[in-house]
Ligand binder design. Structure first.
Ligand code: FMN
Length: 155
């Protein structure tokens, strides 16, 4: 018998982070979010990629429709960010992200891709394109994977 078809969706949103301006404290706050979200996502079989640009967050989460709905409810309620706005929510044919929770920050290794995507002005205007968020997340994942010698999976 054929397995029951489940519906796979991705959700792309952006928000404003309520994190400390102290770099050490901010890193530890991001560490807390990562630990909590990763655990939830592993349990719910969600894969995701979170972009951080200054005080903005933008995330792609993908998984089964009801799991994504439940995760988004948790995300919206989290006081560590505000003004959570959905850019895109649609069915997808297959997953594109490998990790349950991965974060992409601007640093010397990633700044070329961040600059090329030019997401910051769009976030500041409050009109980021889903394709720009998605494209940067895919690019950062591919770059990180290729540095580990796993580029054949992402051609
Ligand atoms: C920037 C950001 C990204 C988040 N990403 C996820 C996520 O991918 N999955 C998830 O379940 N929760 C996510 N959360 C929500 C928190 O991790 C939340 O604290 C966690 O789901 C715990 O929920 P609980 O209060 O039900 O234990 C995110 C929160 C923030 C601020």
């Amino acid at each position: 018998m054929r397995a029951k078809r489940t519906s796979l969706v991705h959700l792309i949103y952006f928000s404003r982070l309520n994190l400390s301006s102290d770099p050490q404290l901010r890193a530890s706050q991001l560490g807390d979010i990562t630990r909590q979200a990763q655990k939830k996502n592993e349990f719910a079989v969600i894969t995701s990629f979170l972009l951080i640009e200054q005080n903005f967050a933008a995330q792609v989460i993908e998984g089964e429709r009801t799991s994504i709905q439940e995760a988004f409810n948790r995300i919206v309620e989290d006081q560590r960010h505000r003004d959570v706005q959905i850019c895109e929510w649609r069915e997808i044919a297959k997953r594109e992200f490998v990790h349950s929770f991965k974060t992409g920050l601007r640093n010397t290794a990633t700044e070329t891709l961040f600059n090329k995507a030019n997401l910051l002005p769009m976030l500041q205007r409050g009109t980021p394109k889903a394709s720009a968020i998605h494209g940067l997340a895919i690019g950062l994942q591919a770059d990180a994977m290729s540095k580990q010698g796993i580029d054949h999976l992402f051609i």
